[in-house]
Design a protein around this ligand. Structure first.
Ligand SMILES: NC(=O)c1ccc[n+]([C@@H]2O[C@H](COP(=O)([O-])OP(=O)(O)OC[C@H]3O[C@@H](n4cnc5c(N)ncnc54)[C@H](O)[C@@H]3O)[C@@H](O)[C@H]2O)c1
Length: 255
């Protein structure tokens, strides 16, 4: 049986991903800072729970060890744990809040991938839940955008060294999603008649990626449309002697 591990699986989008993956037939490990929440979701999906602070490398190693000990293998890793940065764009940055945002949203991805790789077989994969904020200007929350853009850059860069091992890595970039994460912003968005994604719509996008075949991709998701692979432009890096462009193409591009 395929085994899936979901960080941030105790709530919001992560919990919906746990339910989707369980319905697809995966045994599910629910990893979350909030152990009670993780245990509740694990009970619902017939999986197991492990308390994990994704900002901590030792916790990442322990969650992978738990998956292998409890279920015998690890095939799919979804890194969904994340927090609002709570770092406003005004001067006077709070270093502790800044470090915590990077710790959860960025270290949580790098340490999560690093811990999972030794356990992932050929055919295994990682999906990172980034954000639409990674792909476009996010005015209210620049530090959050920074963490998510860096996570997408990491996914794209890691796809090349992981390819020879047969391990895929992709990102899903949802827009505003109706979870506790949004806090009071949810009310403001509703007032502005801004449609919100449901956590299950994000989980459906994760299913699209998990059941697909690409790697190094970022999938954008907005209300009212299926997830779409985001097309990064070719990157000109210089000129050949004959004056034609040298272009870096995304690895294994479907173009
Ligand atoms: N809700 C949105 O509008 C939205 C949009 C785009 C992307 N995202 C991203 O989706 C992911 C999930 O967000 P959500 O809306 O479900 O949030 P949420 O707050 O509803 O749930 C987040 C879950 O992560 C857990 N968590 C928080 N810090 C953790 C840590 N250090 N280690 C382990 N678990 C931790 C929480 O306990 C919670 O169960 C995040 O990465 C977020 O950045 C959210």
């Amino acid at each position: 049986m395929s085994v899936a591990l979901v960080t941030g699986g105790g709530g919001g989008i992560g919990a919906a991903i746990c339910a989707r993956l369980a319905a697809l037939g995966h045994a599910v490990v629910v990893a979350d800072l909030d152990l009670d929440a993780a245990e509740r979701v694990a009970k619902e999906v017939g999986g197991t729970a492990v308390r994990t602070d994704v900002a901590d490398p030792a916790d990442n190693a322990a969650m992978v060890a738990h998956a292998v000990a409890a279920h015998g293998s690890l095939d799919v890793v979804v890194l969904a744990a994340g927090i609002q940065s709570d770092v406003p764009p005004d001067p006077g940055i709070d270093p502790a809040r800044y470090r915590r945002a990077l710790g959860v949203n960025l270290d949580g991805v790098v340490f999560g991938v690093d811990a999972a790789l030794p356990a992932l077989p050929a055919g295994g994969q990682v999906v990172v839940v980034a954000s639409l904020a990674a792909l476009g200007p996010e005015q209210a929350n620049p530090v959050y955008a920074l963490t998510k853009a860096a996570a997408v850059a990491y996914v794209r860069a890691m796809s090349t060294p992981l390819a020879p091992r047969g391990v895929r890595i992709n990102a899903v970039c949802p827009g505003f999603t109706d979870t506790p994460f949004l806090g009071i912003t949810a009310r403001l968005l509703r007032k502005q008649k801004m449609p919100l994604l449901s956590p299950d719509e994000v989980a459906a996008a994760v299913e699209t990626v998990v059941t697909g075949s690409g790697t190094g991709e970022a999938w954008a998701l907005v209300p009212g449309r299926p997830a779409q692979r985001y097309e990064f432009p070719d990157l000109p890096v210089g000129l050949h002697a004959d004056g034609t462009e040298i272009v870096l193409k995304p690895f294994m591009s479907a173009k």
